[in-house]
Design a protein around this ligand. Structure first.
Ligand code: PRP
Length: 202
């Protein structure tokens, strides 16, 4: 039995589509159920930030999660494969009539990705105050909570509709297949089999 942690939402569906291609079988979570058993697989539907926790602790053998989440939390797991789905960028956003000036003192940045933000501005030698938010990040500069945001941009629609623009791209992200380190030793054959089959259909 291999337990696979999937982030709820679009990436979960795209990942299950990959599994459907591999196994020529239906893989669909029933309504509000959080566990899906098919053949030798147990899929778990998890909040994306929690996927590394399940995999790092061995509650799941493998998982699928965005590179942005891996870079933010730096979990002790193996990165096996870039699945090329869930593509987005992590960007610094600013109001469209403003310019990002790294020399401006007391810049405030709203974000859910505090570690990526800290590292980015440290590299620029720009001291910033970071405000941790959990969602609707684009709102912060509009109502004066922050000067900047660091957030995911996929189509750019959310920024555009809220009068923001990308000032800088920090990184490209896509979903990765990750593995628990012990599982990769104890269940190496099964995990490599999935790895090979997934690589073949990508
Ligand atoms: C994400 C991200 C942006 C938006 C970007 O939010 O935080 O707000 O999607 O997508 P776009 O460039 O295609 O508009 P999500 O929907 O995950 O909600 P959140 O506000 O809870 O982070």
């Amino acid at each position: 039995m291999i337990t696979i942690a999937l982030p709820k939402g679009r990436i979960a569906n795209e990942t299950l589509e990959i599994f459907e291609k591999v196994f020529k079988k239906e893989f669909v979570f029933e309504d509000r159920k959080l566990i899906l058993n098919v053949e030798n697989f147990k899929f778990l539907a998890i909040r994306s930030q929690d996927v590394p926790t399940y995999v790092e602790n061995g509650a799941a053998d493998v998982g699928v999660v965005g590179l942005d989440v891996l870079e933010e939390h730096k979990p002790n797991v193996l990165r096996l494969l870039d699945l090329g789905i869930g593509k987005c960028k992590v960007c610094v956003g600013i109001q469209k009539n403003k310019i990002l000036n790294y020399d401006k003192p007391n810049l405030t940045v709203a974000t859910k990705m505090t570690n990526i933000t800290k590292e980015f501005f440290a590299k620029k030698a720009t001291p910033v105050s970071i405000i941790k938010l959990y969602g609707s990040i684009e709102l912060a500069p509009l109502i004066g909570l922050s000067d900047l945001i660091v957030d995911n941009v996929e189509t750019g629609t959310t920024m555009k509709q809220n009068g923001l623009k990308v000032a800088e791209t920090i990184m490209d992200s896509s979903a990765f297949l990750i593995s628990n380190k012990n599982s990769f030793i104890n269940k190496k054959i099964e995990i490599l089999e999935i790895y090979d089959k997934i690589s073949a259909v990508l």
